[in-house]
Ligand binder design. Structure first.
Ligand code: ATP
Length: 380
């Protein structure tokens, strides 16, 4: 399979074997009583990386962040930052700052007093504080709101004050725990781009916790998918989407169809997968999957074509079924096609023109087809 790098920029230190990671979780375990929240987890994050921890509620994301910030210590294992073992170093002495979902702004202080608070505590001279606060206000585009109190701001503006406050002290690493959780969808999307711009202009390392896959896909250079305190995959958004390493990751991120079966033959790159109903597909991207093994071919809905007639391309896999459901979403249409063996396949088509060449309706007979390289073979 072709390498799927970071689309956003040519920044990819994880592909350079000589690059030294900035943050290292080394066999970290965290137990609360007899409950294991983080299980022997190892992970490396590079300087200036925008790194996302993504997982369902309770998978241990916040616990990882809190250990990095110093609010919790690992039960075993080590966390290194720039080569230094962080064990025993209190939060305020780590070059790390955390921004909480609730923002935790002081309600009785103005915007500028909120931003200045940490700097004052550090004993920074007054004139320097003034300059720094003015810089921060400019950065988050809140100069005209400097004298307002938090309750006189919108949710998005409060979020930017919290952000300005957490970067004012110039931490090396900013930890963001669901930073956009309190914003509505539209504002969330706008703020995602602002956060990316801010991270790039400040040259900081961002570690963000989110359970929103779109958010992680939009913003992060790399994503770690977590489940029950373990890392399932660490990769760029494009790799996670196009080359998931397991059924869990394929199902967790985006929509996917799975053809379950046994790998029955291998001819060079091409393998044959036979489903329990006897239907066969011929695909590539099987890695070192063993002959006779149980595998799944995972394919995204947009990689599947739907047509009323049998497709002409003999190289492609084609299967017949019936239109079970159609959802028109404006920019695209999603078809649910029930195959003869009962499996329901999701296929999406972009509505790039206002007229449809091959209209399909509920209960019509339809064909689905896909190229051999349109998905990946998974063994776990
Ligand atoms: P969410 O998205 O819901 O915030 P999360 O992935 O961030 O979830 P964590 O907050 O890291 O999850 O918690 C992981 C697990 O550890 C959860 O089952 C939680 O109940 C448990 N846990 C976290 N902190 C403690 C604690 N102080 N004492 C006991 N159990 C805890």
């Amino acid at each position: 399979m072709k390498s799927l790098g970071s689309i956003r920029r040519s920044f990819a230190p994880w592909t350079d074997p000589s690059a030294k990671p900035y943050i290292v979780f080394e066999n970290v375990t965290k137990r609360f009583g007899d409950f294991t929240a983080v299980n022997n987890l190892s992970l490396s994050i590079f300087e200036r990386e925008f790194f996302a921890l993504l997982g369902a509620s309770g998978c241990g994301k916040s616990t990882l962040l809190r250990m990095l910030a110093g609010f919790e210590e690992p039960t075993s294992g080590r966390i290194l930052l720039d080569g230094q073992d962080l064990r025993g170093i209190p939060p305020y002495r780590r070059p790390v700052n955390m921004m909480f979902q609730s923002y935790a702004l002081f309600p009785h202080m103005t915007v500028e007093q909120n931003i200045a608070f940490g700097l004052k505590q550090d004993g920074m001279p007054k004139t320097e504080i003034e300059t720094r606060v003015a810089d921060m206000l400019k950065l988050v585009k809140l100069t005209q709101f400097a004298k307002r109190k938090p309750h006189q701001l919108s949710g998005g503006q409060r979020q930017r004050v919290a952000l300005a406050r957490s970067v004012a002290k110039r931490p090396k690493v900013l930890l963001l725990d669901e930073p956009l959780g309190a914003l509505d969808k539209k504002l969330r999307e706008e703020t995602q781009f602002e956060l990316m711009d801010l991270q790039q202009s400040l040259g900081l390392t961002f570690v963000i916790v989110t359970h929103d896959q779109e958010e992680a896909m939009t913003m992060a250079d790399r994503i770690a998918i977590l489940d029950k305190g373990e890392v399932m995959q660490v990769a760029t958004p494009a790799e996670i989407y196009e080359a998931p390493n397991s059924r869990f990751v394929a199902n967790f991120v985006g929509n996917v169809n799975m053809f379950e079966g046994k790998l029955t033959a291998r001819e060079g790159e091409r393998v044959t997968i036979a489903g329990s109903s006897g239907a066969e597909i011929k695909v590539v991207n099987a890695g070192d999957a063993a002959q006779g093994g149980d595998v799944a071919f995972a394919i995204r809905p947009e990689k599947i074509k739907v047509s009323s007639k049998r497709p002409g391309n003999s190289a492609a896999n084609a299967m017949q079924g019936e239109v079970y459901d159609i959802a028109y979403l404006g920019d695209m249409t999603i078809f649910h096609i029930k195959l003869d063996d009962g499996q329901i396949i999701k296929a999406s088509t972009m509505n790039s023109s206002r007229t449809v060449e091959d209209p399909l309706s509920w209960s019509d007979q339809a064909w689905i087809s896909f190229e051999p390289d349109a998905g990946v073979v998974l063994t776990r």
